[in-house]
Design a protein around this ligand. Structure first.
Ligand SMILES: [Zn+2]
Ligand SMILES: [Zn+2]
Length: 266
């Protein structure tokens, strides 16, 4: 990998599942490797109630790590008042910066669509109650997401994480004013539509992420993904958008800090 230590802004991995489930042997090394590569901060999203304790622990250990609480659409059938209560309790923690990841995944349908919709509404209400942005996971459900968002006109803020839409999707979603975060998928040679979409997102709404341990970018595709690889995503965005990796890193860092209210460590 190229050396990016010369880039003053550093970069933020806006979505990294750096948890023991995936990094049991070398979690600490992976985190230290990220900071050594000039990743300045990272956000560890929630996926269920059981993950909260470990995420809190990590944010207490590392100043640069922030977290979100949320129920992944794959696990949406677990949504309940009891879980909502646990999320509310966790929201007292000062390093919880968002609700998510939550959303709709009609590609895998690991939970019933109706359960996914109910869990998303429940989490939107939490986001409104606690004035937090949403980290939205959406796969093959853009029209359904739009229908739900339209029930909260002008009230929502957040990011479409690991964006997989095409240029038309970018246009359709523009009115919501959300940020759009690109993962390693945008580096895959066959992801032509997504690459076109990446050229259209306004610079002040762009973010990058790894979504590690999944979806390692070219040229480390197939390996376990980790936050230091977020630079490969930034390099690809720079190439697609005809700009420099420094520009992309600076914009994405600024955007991520703005949405999640993170301090600028510089
Ligand atoms: Zn996701
Ligand atoms: Zn994720």
């Amino acid at each position: 990998m190229q050396n990016h230590s010369y880039i003053p802004s550093g970069i933020i991995d806006s979505h990294a599942h750096v948890v023991r489930e995936f990094f049991s042997e070398d979690q600490q090394e992976v985190i230290e490797r990220a900071f050594a590569s000039n990743v300045k901060q990272l956000i560890n999203p929630g996926i269920n109630g059981d993950s909260i304790a470990e995420l809190c622990e990590l944010t207490e250990k590392y100043q640069e790590i922030y977290m979100a609480v949320g129920l992944h659409p794959h696990e949406a059938s677990a949504w309940s008042d009891e879980l909502k209560g646990r999320f509310k309790e966790a929201l007292k923690h000062s390093k919880v910066v968002a609700i998510g990841e939550c959303g709709l995944d009609f590609y895998y349908n690991n939970s019933e669509p109706a359960a996914q919709v109910a869990a998303l509404h429940g989490q939107i209400q939490l986001a409104l109650e606690f004035s937090k942005p949403l980290i939205i996971h959406c796969r093959d459900a853009w029209n359904e997401i739009a229908e739900i968002f339209d029930q909260y006109p002008g009230a929502l803020k957040g990011v479409f994480h690991c964006f997989t839409g095409d240029p038309k999707t970018v246009e359709m979603l523009d009115k919501y004013g959300f940020y759009t975060s690109f993962s390693g998928i945008v580096t895959f040679p066959k992801a032509k539509e997504l690459q076109e979409a990446a050229k259209l997102v306004p610079q002040d709404r762009l973010m990058v992420e790894t979504d590690c341990p999944f979806l390692a970018p070219q040229p480390v595709r197939g390996k376990r993904n980790e936050p230091s690889y977020v630079w490969h995503v930034a390099e690809k965005l720079a190439e697609l958008r005809g700009t420099t990796v420094s520009e992309i890193a600076a914009s994405c860092s600024l955007n991520t800090r703005r949405l999640f209210g993170l301090p600028d460590p510089a």
